[in-house]
Design a protein around this ligand. Structure first.
Ligand code: NAP
Length: 287
C-alpha cells in the first residue's frame, strides 16, 4: 500500500462559486446586449420543508447571477392533472427557459408522467426520456445536474478518466445511471454496483474513481479506497437530525487523492449545473 499522504477535501462550494461567476458574466453580457435574462421556473407541490429549502436555495442562486426565477406552488392535495396543467402553462411561456419540478411528488402522482410533460428543450433537470435517450447515444442534451457536477469536479481536479477504473455505487435514473454513462463516454471502464452486488468492498478497492450515490450513511470505509483514488460522495441522509454522507470521510483520509465532503461537496455543484443548463436552454432559444 502506498497511501496518498494528503487527501484533498474538495471545496465544492468554492468551485460552484467560480462557475457561477462565469455564468453571471454570461448573463450580464446578454443583458448588456439588450436581451432579457434567462428564467428558471420551479414547481413545488406540497409543503415538504426540505423541498421548500432547496427551492429557496435555487431562487437565491438564480438572483445572484442575474437570472430570473418564477415559482408555482401547489397544495399537497394537487392531482396529476393539476400539476400537468401548470407544466403546460410553463411550456408555453416564452419567458421561461427551464422548468424544474421539485421531487418528491405526492404518491398518487407519476414522476414519469410529469417528467415526460416538460418540453425537452426546457427540461433542465435532464429527466425527460428524450434527454435520457440523447445521453445514452452521446448526443448533446440537458444532462442531469448531479452527474454533470460530478464530471465537472473530476475535470477541474484533472483526474484522468481515460482507461481509469470507475466504480459507481447506485443505479438510479437521476444519479447512478447517468454518471456511469458520462464516465464511460470519457473512456473510463465503469462498474455499476447496487444492493445485490457481491463483494462491493473488493470492487471498490479496484476503483481509480469511486462514486457513492446510495443513501446509506458511511457505507464506504477507508480500507475500501484504493490509494490515490478520487472519491465522490453524493449521498445525503439525515441521521438523528444530522446530515451524513455515504463515505466515511475521515476514514478515507490518507487513502484517497480527493474526496468530496457530504456538505459543500456535490450539492452546490448540482445547483450550479442547473443554472448552467438553464443558461444553455436560453441561448438555444435565441439561436
Ligand atoms: P436511490 O434512487 O434511492 O438509489 C439508491 C441506489 O443505491 C440504488 O441503486 C440501490 O440499489 C443502491 N443501494 C442501496 N443500498 C445499497 C447497498 N447497501 N449497497 C450497494 N448499493 C445500495 O437514490 P438516488 O436518488 O440515486 O440518491 C442517492 C443518494 O444521493 C441519496 O442519499 C440522495 O439524497 C443523494 N443525492 C444527493 C444529491 C446532491 O446534490 N448532493 C443529488 C441527488 C441525490 P438497488 O437499485 O438495487 O435498489
Amino acid at each position: 500500500m502506498n497511501p496518498s499522504p494528503q487527501t484533498v477535501v474538495v471545496d465544492g462550494l468554492g468551485l460552484a462559486q467560480e462557475i457561477r461567476k462565469e455564468l453571471g458574466e454570461t448573463v450580464a453580457a446578454h443583458l448588456a446586449a439588450g436581451r432579457r435574462a434567462p428564467c428558471l421556473a420551479v414547481v413545488l407541490v406540497g409543503d415538504d420543508p426540505a423541498s421548500a429549502s432547496y427551492i429557496k436555495g435555487k431562487r437565491r442562486a438564480c438572483k445572484r447571477i442575474g437570472m430570473e426565477s418564477v415559482e408555482r406552488t401547489l397544495p399537497g392535495t394537487a392531482s396529476q392533472d393539476d400539476i400537468l396543467a401548470v407544466v403546460d402553462e410553463l411550456n408555453r411561456n416564452d419567458g421561461v427557459d427551464g422548468i424544474l419540478v421539485q421531487l418528491p411528488l405526492p404518491e398518487a402522482v407519476s414522476p414519469h408522467a410529469v417528467a415526460e410533460a416538460v418540453l425537452p428543450a426546457k427540461d433542465v433537470d435532464g429527466l425527460h426520456p428524450l434527454n435520457a435517450g440523447h445521453l445514452l447515444h452521446g448526443q448533446p442534451c440537458h444532462v442531469p445536474c448531479t452527474p454533470a457536477g460530478i464530471l465537472e469536479i473530476l475535470r477541474r481536479f484533472e483526474i484522468p478518466l481515460e482507461g481509469a477504473n470507475a466504480v459507481v455505487i447506485g443505479r438510479s435514473a437521476i444519479v447512478g445511471k447517468p454518471v456511469s454513462l458520462l464516465l464511460q463516454q470519457q473512456n473510463a471502464t465503469v462498474t455499476m454496483c447496487h444492493s445485490r452486488t457481491r463483494d462491493l468492498a473488493g470492487l471498490c478497492r479496484e476503483a481509480d474513481i469511486l462514486v457513492a450515490a446510495v443513501g446509506v450513511p458511511r457505507l464506504v470505509k477507508g480500507d475500501w479506497v484504493k490509494p490515490g483514488a478520487a472519491v465522490i460522495d453524493v449521498g445525503v441522509t439525515s441521521v438523528a437530525g444530522e446530515l451524513v454522507g455515504d463515505v466515511d470521510t475521515e476514514g478515507v483520509q490518507g487513502h484517497a487523492k480527493i474526496v468530496t465532503p457530504h456538505r459543500r461537496g456535490v450539492g452546490p455543484m448540482t445547483i450550479t449545473m442547473l443554472l448552467g443548463n438553464t443558461v444553455t436552454a436560453y441561448e438555444d432559444s435565441l439561436a
